[in-house]
Design a protein around this ligand. Structure first.
Ligand code: PHE
Length: 357
């Protein structure tokens, strides 16, 4: 057994490998199941104890050396590949724009602008809250007590514990809904309050109708005698303006959310023919949002007396209402960053929805 000879041969092959695929081939020839060094290892069993010990040590040294050389060559090749890509894909951001390549407004941004316009006209202001929330604002303050089964409906992304902050309430999550902003907004406002908020929300879920990040729009109105009639009127006006159909039928179905009582889901009328969907009067219904009267426990968590104040809240998925209005069939395409998709479904940047609906 001449390890020096084998080392020379394999080192030559490693040096000659000029891309990662051929380097992998060399690795298999030397260290793979049927590789040269592996083959020699197998002969150790048939040797005399003393000879086996010496040969075994020699082979182990060889194996470590060869692995090291392959690793170094691999790193070098990876770096080379990256340098090449950086060189080939270089982008001169100081170049003047090409007039034929006009950008488009993403349907999510467009829909958000439309929501702001419609609810703005009704007197709602715009609130904001963080994407990284604590357990208190995302769950507990919204009447999901610790251990409540409704928490499990949310497929929550939990963040690692922060050693500086302890306790259940400080646990960090990626907000699973924009309802957390109801609590945030009420921390520094007194009724009457009429606010909407919108932004990213996160749930660990992925299929044709779910992505781990999506957008929601939340609404909240709190005053002394706000009632279910206000909720219905407000949401009916909203969907009719948004879908631009004056007599769009709606229905409210009983539902459950921990933070509203009673809770409802709102459907809009539609017809389904030959696999097509048309929003408007018809014999079918399409679920569009969740809503309800704010639960007395949540009113208390706003720092208000539920015997004095009441109100309504609603929440909807922005992708969903954009898909319905603009005929976009697959949710996942919103986040693929494909400029052909944006060319097709995007909006002219100068055509902002600032008109009164
Ligand atoms: N937060 C609820 C959801 O994500 C929606 C909702 C908001 C329901 C406000 C009622 C009131 O499904």
């Amino acid at each position: 057994m001449n390890t020096a000879e084998i080392k020379k041969e394999i080192t030559g092959l490693i040096d000659a490998a000029n891309d990662l695929a051929s380097l992998e081939e060399v690795r298999i020839t030397a260290l793979g199941k049927k590789g040269k060094i592996t083959g020699l290892m197998k002969t150790l069993g048939g040797m005399e104890p003393d000879a086996r010990k010496a040969a075994g040590q020699e082979l182990n040294v060889l194996k470590t050396e060869i692995s090291g050389l392959i690793e170094t060559q691999g790193k070098m090749l990876k770096r080379q590949e990256l340098d090449q890509r950086l060189e080939n894909e270089k982008l001169d951001v100081t170049l003047s724009p090409r007039p034929e390549a006009q950008g488009k407004i993403h349907p999510i941004s467009q829909t958000m602008e439309e929501l702001i316009t419609i609810f703005g006209d009704m007197g709602f202001s715009l609130a904001e809250g963080p994407d990284i929330e604590d357990d208190y604002h995302n769950f507990t303050a919204l009447n999901f007590p610790p251990g409540h089964p409704a928490r499990e409906m949310h497929d929550t992304f939990y963040l690692p514990d922060d050693p500086e902050e302890t306790g259940e309430a400080a646990k960090k999550v990626l907000r699973t809904h924009t309802s957390s902003v109801q609590i945030r907004a009420m921390e520094h406002q007194k009724p009457p309050v009429k606010m909407i908020c919108m932004g990213r929300t996160y749930r660990s879920d992925y299929d044709i109708t779910h992505t781990p990040m999506f957008h929601q729009c939340e609404g909240l109105m709190i005053d002394k005698n706000t009632h279910m009639g206000h909720l219905k009127g407000c949401l009916m006006d909203f969907v009719r303006k948004y879908f631009e159909i004056d007599d769009l039928p709606v229905q409210f179905r009983p539902s459950f959310f921990p933070f509203t009582e009673p809770s409802a889901e709102m459907d809009i009328g539609c017809s389904r023919k030959d696999g097509g969907l048309k929003i408007g009067s018809g014999d079918s219904w399409l679920e569009i949002l969740g809503c309800g009267m704010v639960h007395p426990n949540v009113i208390k968590n706003f720092g208000l007396d539920p015997d004095e104040y009441q109100g309504f809240a609603f929440g909807m998925g922005i992708e969903r209402i954009a898909m319905l209005k603009y005929g976009i069939p697959d949710l996942r395409t919103f986040f693929e960053g494909d400029t052909r998709w944006l060319d097709h479904y995007g909006f002219d940047p100068l055509d902002r929805p600032n008109r009164a609906y």
